[in-house]
Design a protein around this ligand. Structure first.
Ligand code: AMP
Ligand code: MG
Length: 390
């Protein structure tokens, strides 16, 4: 059995981005840029008014003769002299010779003349050419996650396509004869399959759009066949349950018979001890223990960083921070503990119900406290390291 830090190190060795593909910009939400994007244009592409008002050459005059009007979208350049003004609107091109726009709220007009109540500073309300970004400057750097604002920014620069890291194809294999699907009636001895939904949503949260879910009965034949098929079809396979030592746990043998190379099996941690990780060529397999809190803890600690690295994120681990515990936190197991907790204002409070079968504490936690295997107690008022979940 290996330690948590050894397991993390093993996974780290495979945290390599997927291949790079080019995609239309509007289809890249949550993708990560695989290239620096240089701006092909100045933004704004012309000297632009940021107000509805009047453009003029900055000088104090009693009045200014209004000689024309420029609407947003007009391309003509109006020649004006000192003492003249042009009616202008937000987003419109400011005449080359004008340097200032006075907002309309600070003016009056009479008989074709403008009277300024409050003279603005020179250059006020004029966005210079390329104020936001100039031609050839880096718009967004490689490694940037494309959210709606980033995509909007690039669209505003006229960028059609970008290079991003390809999404891995992920399958989830759910084992367990006792599992019923949502909406079905539970008979004695049965429980609902929650892992398929939890894992799928957890994958979606980190940007994996499509996930294939396959249910398998607890027989060796069915497990071996399903493992074979999904390895062929996927880049990453998550298997839920069947990886422990029970008589009906066939996952390990099915992986071996499919020549999936084991990197590690069993980690000195609680929950989630029987975690298995390996690969066949470029397809990676995480066999997660079936207990819901075990499978989710393993997801956050191992699967999430691996997949985020594949997606091209430069920071792919959940953030690790420190807080002070509000009461003694005890470790009698000699294993690394992942404890569901609430952390607020630097104070960590361990929640009730830490058993691997229980999701209730996970449901209201925002953190996992990490209590190392060699640490027996963290006393009230002492610091503990935690992983921030949300
Ligand atoms: P296993 O890892 O297959 O030995 O399962 C351990 C425990 O987790 C058993 O009590 C299972 O019923 C439960 N379990 C396994 N898979 C799921 C699942 N998909 N959803 C909810 N509970 C599960
Ligand atoms: Mg099982």
């Amino acid at each position: 059995m290996i330690s948590v830090s050894e397991a993390i190190q093993h996974i780290e060795n495979y945290c390599i981005p997927s291949i790079i593909i080019e995609k239309p910009i509007e289809k890249t939400l949550n993708s990560v840029l695989a290239e620096d994007i240089l701006s092909p244009i100045n933004m704004p592409p012309f000297k632009q008014s940021s107000m509805d008002g009047y453009a003029f050459i900055h000088a104090e005059n009693e009045s200014y003769k209004i000689i024309g009007e420029i609407q947003a979208g007009n391309s003509e350049d109006i020649l004006l002299k000192e003492g003249e003004a042009v009616r202008i609107f937000t987003g419109a091109r400011v005449p080359n010779i004008a340097d200032t726009v006075v907002m309309q709220e600070h003016t009056k007009t009479k008989d074709g003349f403008l009277f300024i109540d409050k003279l603005p500073n020179k250059f006020a309300n004029v966005r210079p050419l390329g104020e936001q970004i100039k031609v050839g400057e880096i718009a967004l750097e490689k490694g940037t996650k494309l959210n709606e604002a980033a995509i909007g920014f690039l669209v505003g620069l006229g960028i059609l396509k970008v290079k991003v890291y390809k999404q891995p194809k992920v399958s989830i294999l759910i084992t367990g004869n006792e599992l019923k699907q949502l909406g079905e009636e539970l008979k004695e001895g049965e429980v609902y399959d929650s892992n398929s939904i939890t894992l799928k949503l957890a994958l979606q949260q980190i940007g994996i759009k499509k996930v294939r879910i396959v249910k398998i009965k607890d027989t060796f034949k069915a497990t071996k066949k399903a493992v074979k098929k999904q390895i062929e079809k996927s880049d990453v396979v998550l298997i839920s349950g069947g990886i422990s030592v029970g008589d009906y746990d066939f996952v390990k043998k099915a992986l071996e018979e499919n020549e999936v190379k084991e990197v590690f099996y069993k980690v000195n941690q609680k929950p989630g001890k029987p975690l298995w990780f390996g690969h066949k060529d470029d397809t990676f397999v995480f066999a997660l223990p079936g207990n819901p809190a075990s499978s989710l803890s393993c997801f956050y600690m191992y699967v999430l960083p691996f997949i985020k690295a594949k997606l091209g994120h430069l920071k792919y681990h959940l953030p690790k921070l420190k807080a002070v515990v509000n009461e003694d936190v005890v470790n009698v197991h000699g294993k690394t503990l992942f404890l569901k907790a609430e952390v607020h204002n630097g104070i960590a409070k361990q929640l009730k119900g830490q058993a691997s079968s229980m999701l209730k504490s996970f449901a209201t936690s925002n953190s996992l406290l990490l209590l190392p295997e060699d640490k027996e107690i963290v006393k009230k008022g002492e610091e503990i390291t935690y992983v921030k979940l949300n």
